[in-house]
Write a protein that binds this ligand. Structure first.
Ligand code: DX5
Ligand code: ZN
Length: 227
């Protein structure tokens, strides 16, 4: 049975203890760790910059998956690469030249992703498939955790799965993913599930058993429908 990767978003973790939160969630079964970078301009919230990502790097032994919700994004690619990101995802709206931005990410030795807002069509990546390692379908408007899953995005996930074909491109879904919505996105073709509130609820770095239960519940729900 095909597997899915679970990428907890530390946006829902204790910001006073992020290193311990990363270690805890990995110990509890996370496949990747998802870092949401927001600038208060591209999205109406502020989170972390390259210095915090760099500080977290030693606390992440899986994949540091950095979701950049900043504009302009190009001036910061080098800093996030230097911070140790394994994947840098950008939004097409974050600069005038998506192709150039993706080239710059790859030239920095980092895997490149494109994140699509709910109003952004799948076609936004049709001409850059040879430059991406990941496509992220946002199932909420970016900016905040804990929002309601936008089900209208499911056909876009299916469409992107068809566009990807046999290319080695991950299809990620981000926003409102929990054990109830995971089967729907997995069935549509997603193979990496970002989840913030649904992973971090009920636990803490000091008492992380709930993280493991939450991750297993999302994974089981998703993998139960994949054939
Ligand atoms: C939203 C972020 C998401 C967010 C997901 O802008 O990109 O990664 O943390 O949080 P939940 O899983 O709570 O919707
Ligand atoms: Zn995200």
């Amino acid at each position: 049975m095909p597997t899915v990767k679970i990428a907890p978003s530390i946006l829902a973790a204790d910001f006073a203890d992020l290193g311990a939160e990363c270690r805890a969630v990995e110990a509890q079964g996370a496949d990747w760790v998802h870092l949401d970078v927001m600038d208060g301009h591209f999205v109406p919230n502020l989170t972390m910059g390259p210095a915090i990502c760099k500080a977290l790097r030693p606390h992440i032994s899986t994949v540091m998956d950095v979701h950049l919700m900043i504009a302009p994004v190009d001036p910061f690619i080098a800093a996030f690469a230097e911070a140790g990101a394994d994947i840098l995802s950008v939004h097409p709206e974050a600069g005038p030249h998506l192709h150039r931005t993706l080239q710059a990410i790859r030239a920095a030795g980092v895997r490149a992703g494109v994140a699509l807002n709910p109003a952004t069509p799948a076609a936004a990546v049709s001409e850059v498939l040879d430059l991406v390692d990941l496509i992220c379908v946002m199932t909420v408007n970016p900016g905040f955790g804990g929002q309601k899953f936008i089900a209208s995005q499911l056909p876009k996930i299916s469409e992107l799965r068809r566009m990807i074909g046999d290319r080695a491109i991950h299809l990620q879904v981000d926003g409102g993913v929990d054990a109830a919505t995971a089967p729907r996105v997995a069935e549509a073709g997603a193979d990496v599930l970002v989840a913030g509130s649904a992973v971090f609820r009920g636990g803490s770095a000091a008492d992380p058993a709930a993280y493991g239960e939450n991750i297993r519940a999302i994974r089981a729900a998703a993998e139960g429908v994949r054939t």
